[in-house]
Each structure stands twice: as structure tokens, then as C-alpha cells.
Design a protein around this ligand. Structure first.
Ligand SMILES: [Zn+2]
Length: 167
């Protein structure tokens, strides 16, 4: 995969996505649930998806902070991690995804972030790999400038194979 700086066009597209999120939230609807039905909010993720089952979907972030930046999306609506049972299947998918990011991309560590912004938040996890060349300072990795993900097809195939091998 290759990460390139955001062009003005992509920065504008990202702003449009953020505006769409706010519009839907203002109407009292969860943007992610709305998107799961309509596909109207977020960029189409099928080509970036390397694992999916009835409960969860794992795909490469289109505007990553680091190579391998992954979104683990819980399909059912939960507002935040406090609503996810401690023995939920999602945790084992996260574990397998971390293993895959280590074996496929050579990540030394994988940082796990879950945020709960906004009036209608939909539970998802961000996995941000720390690669051998990265400084060991999470505070910098987590605020690295967002880039545009390109040339990711081979990596999606390898991550998908790694996920199948672990299940
Ligand atoms: Zn939702």
C-alpha cells in the first residue's frame, strides 16, 4: 500500500463527509447505521474490507494516519464500548486483526483506539499499527496527519488470508 498526501479534492471530499455526518446527527439518526443501509455517508469500503461476518467488518481506513490503519466496525448499534459485553466475539476479531497487522505489515505494536464523539456515536475501533521506523510515542502516532490510502489491493488480499488462517 502507499499513503500519499491529501489533495485539495480529497480534503474537500472529507469535509463533505463530515458535513453529512453532522446533518444526519442533527436529525437524530446515527450516521453509521444510516450508511449501512444507504451507503450515502462514508466512502465505499468494499475494496478495502479484509474481514466480515454477521457482527463485524474490518477494513483499511481510506484516510489513514499510518499504513495499516484499520477500522473494526461493530454492525449493530451500540453507543460505545461500555455497551459491548466483555465476552463479545468482536474482541477475538480485534485480536486476530492485530495479529494480521503484525504478520502482514511487520507492525511492532498495534494501538487500539475507540472514540465516542457526537450525539449519536456508533461503536467502532481504530487499530493503528506502529511500524519499525516509527517513534515510540503514541501521542504522536495518534495525531499523525491523515493521508490518502492507495495501491492497497495486495495488502487487503494478504490481510484477508491471515484472518482466514486464524479463524
Ligand atoms: Zn449506529
Amino acid at each position: 500500500m502507499k499513503l500519499v498526501p491529501l489533495t485539495d479534492e480529497h480534503a474537500a471530499r472529507r469535509d463533505e463527509t463530515m458535513a453529512a455526518i453532522q446533518r444526519v446527527q442533527a436529525a437524530g439518526t446515527c450516521p453509521t447505521c444510516h450508511n449501512l443501509v444507504s451507503g450515502e455517508i462514508f466512502p465505499q469500503a468494499d475494496a478495502r474490507t479484509f474481514y466480515e461476518d454477521d457482527n463485524v467488518s474490518c477494513f483499511l481506513e481510506i484516510y489513514p494516519r499510518n499504513p495499516g490503519h484499520t477500522i473494526v466496525l461493530v454492525k449493530r448499534h451500540l453507543e460505545d464500548v461500555s455497551e459491548l459485553p466483555g465476552d463479545d466475539h468482536v474482541y477475538s476479531v480485534i485480536h486476530d486483526t492485530i495479529d494480521a497487522l503484525k504478520s502482514v505489515l511487520g507492525a511492532e505494536k498495534v494501538y487500539l483506539v475507540t472514540m465516542c464523539d457526537g450525539p449519536r456515536n456508533h461503536l467502532h475501533f481504530q487499530l493503528i499499527p506502529r511500524l519499525p521506523d516509527d517513534e515510540i510515542r503514541g501521542s504522536r502516532l495518534l495525531v499523525k496527519e491523515r493521508m490518502l490510502l492507495t495501491e492497497f489491493a495486495v495488502d487487503v488480499g494478504r490481510l484477508s488470508a491471515a484472518m482466514q488462517a486464524s479463524s
